[in-house]
Write a protein of this length. Structure first.
Length: 681
């Protein structure tokens, strides 16, 4: 039997295509309370609260049991069973959950399939959710579902506009704007559809109506997005013309990075200031390294002369060895055995100077003198080892240069720089690195010297790394830079501005490479530079690592913060955020800033409602910012769950829904989901 349940409209059920009469409103309310959590057990006390509210009658439990019994008798309701102190309706054929699945799939799909999925999702609605039912819980859930429906409809309109369907969307957009004239997103969609339909004047008139309404009724100007669209329409911006789907998809990916780039501006500005402060010291380092390079050149010339002398001696030894082999063919086996026992370093035979030892007219005489010849061979090998040791010492160590580097007064300045600085050989091997660079990569100097800096470049950034090195050697100028992402020892990645220069000696010959590394986004991901609070990444790690039995989240959003920011200026708005962060830290709980005027308070093994109330009261106190005395309020969504029965993503999703409910309920208040068992509520 095929059974379908519907709540996006009146609460109904069908069995094999035929509608089944559920019963009176109270029984339909019980069915709705189970369908919202379909597939999960709903405790009896939660069902009582959802159906009768905070003051249920004494007979509520008995009446509930009676309704459950009657529901089980309906065709197709055999999946309703009692489990773990509650009841569960084990079915997936609920239009609400199908709507959410379709919307989730659409938001990860390309425009064509997304339009089909969103159209199917919106088509499931037959009116307002739970039509004809009226309880406290029903009304709260109905508001949240209405917001989800509106978001899906707006998304469907955006997709249709990207696909060039503005003509067929125009009539519906006019009707929706008449119903909700203050919706800026909806007004922007109507303006774009009018412009693309060749009605530029009507599009500009629609903007003026919206602006007049907002200024007269609310005293605020339209948002930046609508104002920018208005400017583009005035200037006939070609970007407003519908584009190919592939181009649109690429633009959407760029737009997704806007928040990340906005958060990076502060860090980039700080990095630029650090770059200016350190430029003079970098020049000093380059001068010192030039002098060191000159000394290395001199040592290299001495090493070259020594190597040339050794090469001549080895060539002479090879010639003598060939002569000895020709005269002592009878002793060949003996010599081969000795060669295996005495392994030479450079691959040549240690018997090159064995001419007087193995010379003789006959093999018998050679074998007779072999004992004396072996002593001479050993002596010659010892002398050769001493010469090769001397060559290797000069080749691998430039003691004079590194004594100056290790003992120089500038080395302390080099290590205390707040930007990462590294000195590399021409082959890219790290010779030295200051503390900032070591901390940035999470590695010590010994490990970095053994590996080389390119070992820590993220795989997707290796092409930029190789291109930068080629450009430095091709270009006549130094200080070329790229944005390079490195992989730290703990597995995290850090985005940097990487500057590379080559350092030459007095003769213009390149000797070293100087790397200057400015961290760009690492603090943005883990710490907010404005308030000093942890960021979203740190919050996620804290949630995953907590050992508390019960976890609460207070998702706080400053009311009308954008309006405040626009009126007093962004520099004073930043001071407001810093003061809000300071007050929230006084609550003795973990606080993170997650973007704009939004903060997250993590509550472990405590009452999240108490923290939310204290946070709202703390922000009500007036604050003096510059010449302004301000009062800031906030809306807070509160969720609290046992850690064993939820996930991090589920907790965040419920907190987001709770915040939206708080904002739709008004300002300066908090809303809890203590009566809601899952994010689907």
């Amino acid at each position: 039997m095929v059974v379908e349940f519907r709540v996006l409209g009146a609460v109904e059920m069908d069995a094999d295509g035929r509608q089944v009469e559920v019963g009176p409103p109270r029984r339909r309310c019980v069915l709705a309370a189970l369908l919202v959590d379909a597939g999960r057990s709903v405790p009896v006390e939660h069902l009582v609260d959802r159906v009768w509210g905070e003051r249920p009658p004494p007979s509520a439990r008995a009446t509930l049991a009676s309704h459950i019994t009657r529901l089980r008798q309906l065709p197709g309701c055999g999946c309703l069973s009692r489990r773990s102190g509650g009841y569960v309706l084990d079915t997936e054929d609920v239009d609400l959950h199908r709507f959410r699945r379709l919307v989730a799939r659409a938001r990860t799909a390309d425009d064509e399939p997304a339009a089909a999925l969103l159209g199917e999702a919106v088509g499931l609605w037959r009116g307002e959710a739970f039509a004809g039912l009226d309880t406290e819980w029903i009304n709260v859930v109905r508001v949240g579902l209405a917001a989800e429906r509106q978001a899906a409809e707006r998304d469907l309109t955006d997709v249709g506009l990207r696909l060039g369907r503005h003509t067929e969307l125009l009539a519906g957009l006019r009707a929706q704007v008449d119903d909700d004239p203050s919706d800026e997103r909806l007004a922007g969609q109507l303006m774009l559809a009018l412009y693309r339909s060749g009605r530029q004047a009507e599009a500009l008139t629609a903007f003026q109506r919206l602006r007049t309404l907002l200024v007269d009724q609310l005293g605020v100007e339209p948002g930046a997005a609508v104002r920018d669209l208005h400017t583009s329409i005035l200037t006939n911006d070609r970007a407003l013309v519908p584009q190919a789907e592939e181009t649109i998809r690429l633009q959407r990916k760029l737009i997704e990075k806007t928040d990340e780039l906005a958060d990076a501006r502060g860090q980039l500005a700080e990095s630029m200031r650090a770059e200016q402060r350190s430029s003079q010291l970098v020049l000093v380092l380059q001068t010192v390294l030039t002098r060191l390079s000159t000394m290395v050149t001199q040592l290299t010339e001495e090493r070259g002369a020594l190597l040339a002398k050794a090469t001549t001696q080895l060539a002479q030894a090879r010639r003598e060895r060939r002569r000895a082999e020709a005269l002592a063919d009878a002793a060949q086996r003996r010599i081969l055995v000795l060669e295996q026992r005495l392994q030479p370093l450079d691959g040549t035979s240690p018997f090159g100077e064995l001419v007087p030892v193995l010379s003789g007219p006959t093999p018998d005489e050679v074998l007779t003198d072999a004992g004396t010849g072996l002593d001479r061979v050993q002596q010659l090998l010892d002398e050769q080892d001493e010469r090769l040791t001397e060559i290797e010492t000069h080749q691998l160590r430039d003691d004079k240069v590194w004594d100056i580097w290790q003992n120089g007064a500038f080395r302390e300045l080099f290590f205390d720089l707040k930007i990462g600085v590294g000195i590399m050989g021409l082959d890219g091997a790290i010779m030295d690195a200051n503390r900032t660079l070591q901390d940035l990569l999470g590695r010590d100097l010994r490990e970095m010297r053994a590996a080389g800096l390119d070992r820590y470049v993220a795989t997707e950034h290796l092409p930029q790394w190789r291109e930068l090195q080629l450009d430095v050697w091709r270009e006549s100028r130094n200080n070329l830079g790229r944005y390079i992402r490195f992989v730290r020892a703990d597995g995290e990645t850090v985005r940097t501005k990487f500057m590379l220069s080559k350092v030459s000696d007095d003769n213009g010959a390149p000797r070293y490479q100087l790397a200057v590394v400015y961290p760009m986004l690492r603090l943005t991901a883990t710490e907010d530079p404005l308030t000093g609070l942890p960021g979203r990444a740190t919050l996620m790690r804290r949630l995953k690592q907590t050992t508390a039995c019960r976890v609460g989240l207070c998702y706080l959003n400053l009311d009308d913060f954008k309006l405040v920011n626009d009126r007093i200026g962004h520099h004073l708005g930043d001071q407001v955020l810093a003061e809000v962060g300071r007050r929230l830290t006084e609550l003795d709980t973990f606080v993170a800033r997650v973007g704009g005027g939004e903060f997250m308070l993590l509550v472990e093994d405590a009452k999240a409602e108490d923290i939310a109330e204290r946070a709202v009261r703390a922000l009500r106190r007036p604050m003096v910012i510059g010449d302004h005395e301000l009062t800031v309020t906030a809306s807070v969504g509160v969720v609290e769950r046992p850690l064993a029965t939820t996930t991090v993503n589920e907790l965040l999703r419920v907190a987001d829904i709770a915040l939206r409910l708080a904002k739709t309920s008004g300002k300066d208040r908090w809303v809890t989901t203590a009566t809601v068992t899952d994010a689907n509520d």
